[in-house]
Design a binder for this molecule. Structure first.
Ligand code: PMP
Length: 432
């Protein structure tokens, strides 16, 4: 495959755009460098780049594109919305329709607010939880990503009862001091942190199913215990469902797992591919927010007609019977096929999968913790990533990012993908 036009454009990009990309995860830094492929067109499960190469896409824009690229129903909704004005700054009926659809799918959303990104949504849930509890600290779990606001760019201290340290330059130490980070799926560490900081803890923030060090499910009873311990401490529970909502069922992971948070943050899928975030939850907690309460949150673009109508169209598409069974069927076909190839070529790799989301980790042990995900073989992944790209498969350039299957992928696409995996594994096994 030739990537000359991509390389030419990226050279220009480097002149004008910091680092050549508008989000660090798009660079190929983690896979040994090189110019990231510049895509020109998306159609269903496929991408076409500026050199004319075609790819089967498993990035799905890091999650939102569950209905595939340029889905006709969503495209039509966006076109129609654009024709009647793209931004009002006044209420619209679409906000109400969409809020009602979300509430029907996710009953814990007694009240909801729309914002513009997952980052904003999470950031605001924390503010609301602090306002409601009159406490400042939060507990979060290592390896879970919650956007790029100061408070959640904080890494673990050296023990479960230690305060955090900034994970990014520019995050004040004083902010990091408000965050305690404990290992996911480790209820003892969580208990210890709650006992230690007790009446200072406003909320615990968690991805109910982890999407950010690969797909990692909660251990049986983990989320229930988090709820019980947090609530008996007077702390709130915030779910970050930016990745998980509508990913595994028509609703939140909370609905699939039968656990209920006090507040939830959303983004990604619910915008049908347009910028969006949302947060919501218990009415008495949400009443902290202006104009009813004293916790301030606002947004010029919040609830804009385009994002609302794209979101409504997306929900209409995925509400059809069979969506998640179909994603599961294709996911199983991909998982089983890759597992056979792992065995055939003796590749040190293992898969976590839930429905249409899957992670292939280059390690032989089952991954259930952030530490294990971190310890997987990044060099082997980097080689695999480049081989797959040359086979016409677009993955995220990160060793534990998920592969997302869309409703536009077909069994034939999975078969093609397995041929690409086989060709790549052959190469890897030759030079192991
Ligand atoms: N929470 C989670 C779980 C995420 O995965 C992300 C983005 N990957 C965010 C929050 C931030 O969302 P956004 O990029 O829309 O700000």
């Amino acid at each position: 495959m030739k990537f000359t036009e991509s390389e030419r454009i990226q050279e220009q990009a480097n002149q004008y755009i910091l680092g050549g990309v508008n989000s660090p995860s798009r660079s190929y830094k983690a896979v040994g460098g090189g110019a990231p492929v510049v895509m020109e067109r998306g159609d269903g499960a496929y991408f076409y780049d500026v050199d004319g190469n075609k790819y089967i896409d498993y990035l799905a824009a890091y999650g939102p594109i569950i209905a595939g690229h340029a889905h006709p129903h969503i495209t039509e909704a966006i076109k129609k919305a654009a024709e009647t004005g793209i931004l009002y700054g006044t209420p619209t009926k679409h906000e109400v329709t969409f809020a009602k659809m979300l509430q029907e799918a996710i009953p814990s959303l007694e009240k909801v607010r729309f914002v513009n990104s997952g980052t904003e949504a999470v950031m605001t849930t924390i503010r609301v939880a602090r306002a409601y509890t009159n406490r400042d600290k939060i507990i979060k779990f290592a390896g879970c990503y919650h956007g790029h606001s100061d408070l959640v760019l904080v890494a673990a201290g050296s023990g479960p009862s230690q305060l955090g340290t900034p994970d990014s330059a520019g995050v004040p130490k004083s902010v990091a001091q408000e965050v305690i980070t404990v290992p996911f799926n480790d209820i003892e560490s969580f208990k210890e942190a709650v006992a230690h900081f007790s009446d200072q803890i406003a909320a615990v923030l968690v991805e109910p199913i982890v999407g950010n060090f690969g797909i990692v499910e909660p251990a049986p009873g983990f989320l229930e215990a988090v709820n019980d311990i947090a609530h008996s401490n007077g702390s709130l529970v915030i779910y970050d469902e930016v990745i998980t909502a509508f990913r595994f069922c028509y609703g939140g992971a909370q609905d699939m797992l039968g656990v209920t948070p006090d507040l939830t943050a959303f983004g990604k899928i619910i915008g049908g591919g347009l910028p969006i975030g949302a947060y919501g939850g218990r009415q008495d907690i949400m009443e902290q927010v202006a104009p009813l309460g004293k916790a301030y949150q606002a947004g010029t673009m919040a609830g804009n007609p385009l994002s609302m109508q794209a979101g409504i169209a997306l929900l209409e598409v995925i509400h059809e019977a069979g969506t998640y069974d179909y994603l599961d069927k294709l996911g199983r076909q991909l998982e089983d096929g890759i597992n056979d190839l792992i065995e055939k070529y003796n590749i040190p790799a293992t898969i976590n999968r839930l429905k249409g989301a899957m992670t292939l980790y280059f390690t032989t042990e089952k991954v259930t913790t952030y530490e294990q995900a971190e310890n997987t073989d990044g060099e082997l992944f980097a080689r695999f990533f480049k081989l797959m790209l040359n086979e016409g498969i677009n993955l995220a350039p990160s060793k534990y990012e998920a592969w997302f299957i869309t409703i536009r992928h077909t069994e034939e696409d999975i078969k093609q993908t397995l041929i690409a995996v086989e060709n790549s594994f052959k190469q890897l096994s030759l030079v192991k």
